[in-house]
Design a protein around this ligand. Sequence first.
Ligand code: PGA
Length: 264
Amino acid sequence: MRPKIVAGNWKMNGDQAFVHDYMSSFNECWNEKRLDQFTDLSVIIVPPAILISSVQENAKRVGVNGRFELASQNVAEYSSGAYTGEISASMLKDSGCRWSLVGHSERRALFGDQTIVIVEKIKQLLTEGLRPILCLGETLEEREQGKAEICVKSQLESVLNAFSVSDLRKLVLAYEPVWAIGTGKTASPEEAQAMHQFIRSVVASKSQDLAEAMIVLYGGSVNSGNAESLFGQSDIDGALVGGASLKPDEFAEICAQCGQSTVS
Ligand code: PGA
């Protein structure tokens, strides 16, 4: 069985006081739900870059450090130099990140992160030994026009074609239908499963082995009420959680449901 991942993307939310309270409460929830028992589950927290060190300090303070890994929400497409406002992969590594999101739909739609930029960002991460979480997903319009698969395939293929199989083994994919992000609408477990299976078949055209090993997360309004049925699908290997990850008890419950799917 593939290992599972639950990642919590805080987006542009939180401050020092939030992190302080969050980590205290997350630690309590972790212990209550005995999340340590789920050895095939990795938990990743994806805070705004400026809060990464605060998350680490507070995690140490309460004793939940070492139980989750850190990801960045974004990374520069360049390695260093005159790029005001950007954060390089080596800086992220130096601050303790092991992962970074790439190609989140908000980055694609609002900040011009198109294929060519996404490929460069992935190159930067791989050079530093960080693992990319590549987000893929269609808009509502594309789905209504019956173009969901074509859209996701083209987003995925542009990355599959740019890297070797051994590099691609470092990637995790996250299928996030844009119409389900922050809207309260989730893809049904069957809709999500169908797309995850399709994604795996596209990866299989590059390498069957890679397709079988590839971790594919689902994202888009995941919460403690819908997570279990999503995790029950054979091609869904965890979740990328936005809004619900801002509540530590809710996030811990989603982690517990994912962990439970590895043992049941
Ligand atoms: P959501 O966000 O869970 O708030 O829909 C998911 C994401 O954008 O990663």
